[in-house]
Design a protein around this ligand. Structure first.
Ligand SMILES: NC(=O)c1ccc[n+]([C@@H]2O[C@H](COP(=O)([O-])OP(=O)(O)OC[C@H]3O[C@@H](n4cnc5c(N)ncnc54)[C@H](O)[C@@H]3O)[C@@H](O)[C@H]2O)c1
Length: 327
């Protein structure tokens, strides 16, 4: 049976929308790209060139949402804009895929999750690691108790932010630096795999001469007694990312380097990922939910834990003391 056509609009046509999402939309083969919005017309032009066809272009996303019949939108814009863009799209009854972080505040994250539930629409936060087979399997292992009771996590990611320019360095647009941005993947993976929920955070950050954090050391006490540290180093190269999860019965260690998974070790032995677990992408899962009525969909409640932990980290830096995580 032919796949149902999905009418899609894009909000934000920058590097990530063009480089990551356009190829995945093209790979689907039955998505109708109806319209695009971006205040910078040259970004939209570059996207349409990559798509291979001109589509109606709007400088403002509100007009785009008003004037087009859509099933869904993808949002890949500066972080502080995600909330308003996703809110309007959900209110219009559209399914929404939003880039990370979902929003830059726990209040807005909670409101979007509630709105999506009320509207009975799918809300996807585009954390691609949650669709990598090793991450999916690691989550299963933790859930079935292979590590015993969780006692602690140590996670870090390194990236070179020396050349970063534009909205990422403007706190009002980004909501924060390396910890809010690439760090969001680290926090999301750690919380999604372990199911841990933060209770208290004590953080130290260093801006290394920029207007936003470049280095962050974020210590966390989790509900249930586990403790951990999640660190972002934004002035080191190349990309390297590790998550070590320790329990009463075992430990699991992930290693990514240059954005590729290099090793997954269970008690220091390489993990065989069962072939039943297929690698997919947020885009593929999102389109599947729309077509088959949401089989496998779970409201992104873990994104609220990500927002709460991040918010507490920035608050702890500001207040120079440990901060209880908001409920
Ligand atoms: N999942 C990943 O691995 C990954 C990787 C890179 C970026 N991202 C995320 O993607 C998003 C965009 O990042 P990017 O690297 O593409 O940045 P970018 O600067 O390349 O693109 C941002 C785009 O948003 C546009 N924009 C600005 N204001 C807008 C508005 N009001 N409405 C619509 N568009 C607007 C800009 O003109 C630009 O074209 C961010 O949320 C970022 O964290 C995710």
């Amino acid at each position: 049976m032919a796949k149902k056509k999905i009418r899609l609009g894009l909000i934000g046509c920058g590097g990530n929308m063009r480089g990551a999402h356009v190829p995945r939309i093209q790979a689907d083969g039955n998505v109708d790209l109806v319209c695009v919005a971006d205040p910078a017309e040259e970004q939209a032009q570059a996207l349409m060139e990559k798509w291979g066809r001109l589509v109606p272009y709007y400088p403002g996303f509100r007009q785009m949402l008003r004037e087009n019949e859509l099933d869904a939108v993808f949002i890949s814009s500066p972080h502080s804009m995600h909330y308003e863009q996703a809110r309007l799209a959900l209110e219009k009854g559209l399914h929404v895929l939003v880039e990370k972080p979902l929003t830059i505040s726990s209040k807005h994250t909670k409101a979007l999750i509630a709105l999506a539930e009320k509207q009975e629409r799918f809300l996807m936060v585009s954390y691609q690691r949650n669709y990598y087979a090793p991450h999916v399997y690691a989550r299963e292992l933790v859930q079935k108790g292979a590590l015993g009771e969780l006692r602690g996590v140590v996670s870090y990611v390194t990236q070179n932010w020396v050349g970063v320019k534009g909205w990422r360095l403007v706190p009002e647009l980004s909501g924060g630096g390396m910890f809010m941005d690439t760090g969001s993947h680290l926090v999301a993976s750690t919380l999604w795999i372990t199911g841990l929920e933060p209770a208290e955070v004590s953080a130290f950050m260093d801006n290394a001469g920029k207007a936003v954090d470049i280095n962050a050391v974020v210590n966390v006490r989790f509900k249930g007694g586990a403790v951990g540290t999640l660190n972002t180093l934004g002035n080191a190269r190349p990309h390297d990312e590790r998550i070590a999860i320790h329990g009463s019965e075992g430990c699991l260690v992930f290693h990514m380097h240059q954005w590729r998974i290099k090793a997954v070790l269970l008690n220091d032995e390489p993990v065989q990922i069962p072939s039943r677990i297929k690698e997919t992408s947020p885009d593929e899962a999102f389109f599947r939910w729309i077509r088959d009525g949401g089989k496998g969909y779970a409201s992104p409640h873990f994104a609220l834990q990500v927002a709460r932990l991040s918010e507490a980290a920035y608050k702890s830096v500001k207040l120079k003391r440990p901060v209880k995580v908001a409920r």
